[in-house]
Design a protein around this ligand. Structure first.
Ligand SMILES: Nc1ncnc2c1ncn2[C@@H]1O[C@H](COP(=O)(O)OP(=O)(O)OP(=O)(O)O)[C@@H](O)[C@H]1O
Ligand SMILES: [Mg+2]
Length: 347
C-alpha cells in the first residue's frame, strides 16, 4: 500500500536509524518536508522531546535499549513546540533480543482530540449553568419557606411551591434531553418502529395544543400519504418540538402541510414530507444554519436551545432530512422528510 494514503503520519527508519520512509501525513503533522527528513538519522529528522523537555530518542534508545522491547505506547510529545501523539513499533527479524531491523513510528496530530476536549468542557459548562438556575430557585424558595413558614399566607406558600414544582420539571426535562443527546451523539439511538399514521399523529398534537392556547392551526394533507414504518414516540418528539417552537417563537396561524414524496432513485422508496410554517418574525437568513446546533437560542423566549438539535438527530436516525426556510408569510418554515421504510413483508 502507498504510505501516502495513510491518514496517520508514518516514519520508518532502517537498522542504522536512517529514515527511509516519511509519508505525506508525517510531513503535514511535523511541518518537515519528506526530502529534508529522508536519509537523515531519526533523532535529527524527528527531534521529539517529552513534556519535561527530555530528548525522547535518548530516553527510549530503541537501537541500544532493552532487547525485549517491541513497542512504545502512545505518548504525547513535543516537536518544535507542537504536540504530537507518537507510537513506535520495533521490528526485530531474528526474534526477541536480536538487533533492531526497523523502527516504525506513527504520528498523529492532537488537534482533533483537543477540539473534542474543548467541546466537552464547553458542554459541561453550559449544562452546569442550565442546571444551576432552576436549582438556585428551588433552594431559595424551600429555604425561605422552612425558615419563615408561619409568616406566609397559604396563597403565598402555594405560589412558591408552584415555582419549585415548575423548576423541578425543568431540571427533569433538561436531564431527559441531555440523555437523548448523548444517545444521538454516540449513535446509540434505538428505534422501535411500528406502522404510524402521520396524519393522526399531527392531529393529536394539534388538538392537545389547541386546548392550552389560542394559536390557530391549519392542517393540510395533499393527496394520499404512504404507510409509514417509524418510531412513533420519536415522531411525537419531533412534532411536539416543532409545533411548540412555532407557537412559542412564531406567531399567527401555524400551518402544517403533509404530502407524499418519492425519495431516492428506486421506485417505491416513498416517504412523507411535513412542513410547519408560522407567521412570526422567522429566523434571520444568516442564522438559518445555526438553529439546529445544540444550546443555540435566538431570543429571550428561548428555552435551553436543545429542541431542534434533538429533532434533527431523531429525523436523521430515521434516515430523513430536515431544513428551515422563510415561509411565504414571512415566518419560519421547517420542512422534514421521513422515508416510509416499510419492511419487505408489508410492501
Ligand atoms: N418557529 C420559529 N420562529 C422563530 N424562531 C424560531 C422558531 N423555531 C425556533 N426558533 C429559534 O431557534 C432557537 C432554537 O430552537 P430550539 O427548539 O432548539 O430551542 P428552544 O426552543 O429555545 O429551547 P428548547 O426547545 O430546548 O426548550 C430558538 O431559541 C428560536 O430563537
Ligand atoms: Mg424548542
Amino acid at each position: 500500500m502507498d504510505a501516502d494514503m495513510l491518514p496517520d503520519g508514518l516514519v520508518i527508519a532502517d537498522e542504522t536509524g536512517t529514515v527511509v520512509c516519511f509519508n505525506t501525513a508525517a510531513a503535514r503533522i511535523t511541518g518537515t518536508r519528506p526530502e529534508d527528513a529522508l536519509g537523515k538519522h531519526i533523532a535529527d529528522a524527528l527531534p521529539l522531546e517529552d513534556l519535561a523537555g527530555r530528548r525522547w530518542w535518548v530516553c527510549t534508545d530503541p537501537y541500544g535499549g532493552l532487547g525485549t522491547r517491541t513497542r512504545q505506547p502512545e505518548r504525547n510529545l513535543l516537536l518544535g513546540g507542537r504536540e504530537i501523539l507518537v507510537t513506535a513499533a520495533y521490528e526485530r527479524v531474528d526474534g526477541p533480543r536480536s538487533a533492531l531491523a526497523r523502527l516504525v513510528v506513527s504520528l498523529r496530530s492532537t488537534d482533533a482530540r483537543r477540539r473534542i476536549e474543548r467541546g466537552h468542557s464547553d458542554l459541561i459548562a453550559t449544562v452546569a449553568h442550565e442546571l444551576r438556575s432552576p436549582l438556585t430557585s428551588v433552594k431559595g424558595f424551600t429555604a425561605t419557606l422552612l425558615a419563615k413558614w408561619e409568616r406566609f399566607t397559604d396563597e403565598q406558600k402555594r405560589l412558591m411551591l408552584e415555582t419549585v414544582d415548575a423548576d423541578a420539571d425543568r431540571v427533569t426535562r433538561l436531564i431527559t434531553e441531555l440523555l437523548d443527546i448523548s444517545r444521538i451523539d454516540a449513535g446509540r439511538l434505538q428505534l422501535n418502529r411500528q406502522i404510524v399514521d402521520m396524519h393522526d399523529a399531527v392531529l393529536r398534537h394539534v388538538r392537545a395544543l389547541e386546548c392550552t392556547g389560542p394559536a390557530p392551526f391549519v392542517v393540510v394533507v395533499d393527496g394520499e400519504l404512504p404507510r409509514m414504518w417509524l418510531d412513533s414516540d420519536k415522531l411525537d418528539q419531533i412534532l411536539g418540538n416543532l409545533l411548540e417552537n412555532a407557537v412559542r417563537h412564531g406567531a399567527g396561524t401555524v400551518t402544517i402541510e403533509m404530502r407524499a414524496v418519492s425519495i431516492g432513485a428506486a421506485p417505491g422508496e416513498d416517504g412523507t414530507e411535513i412542513t410547519v410554517s408560522d407567521e412570526g418574525p422567522g429566523i434571520p437568513e444568516e442564522l438559518l444554519d445555526r438553529v439546529f446546533t445544540r444550546f443555540w437560542r435566538g431570543n429571550r423566549r428561548g428555552g435551553t436551545g436543545l429542541g431542534l438539535y434533538i429533532v434533527k438527530g431523531l429525523v436523521q436516525a430515521h434516515a430523513g432530512s430536515i431544513g428551515v426556510e422563510r415561509a411565504a408569510g414571512g415566518g419560519a418554515r421547517f420542512r422534514f422528510t421521513l422515508p416510509a421504510a416499510m419492511p419487505d413483508v408489508l410492501r
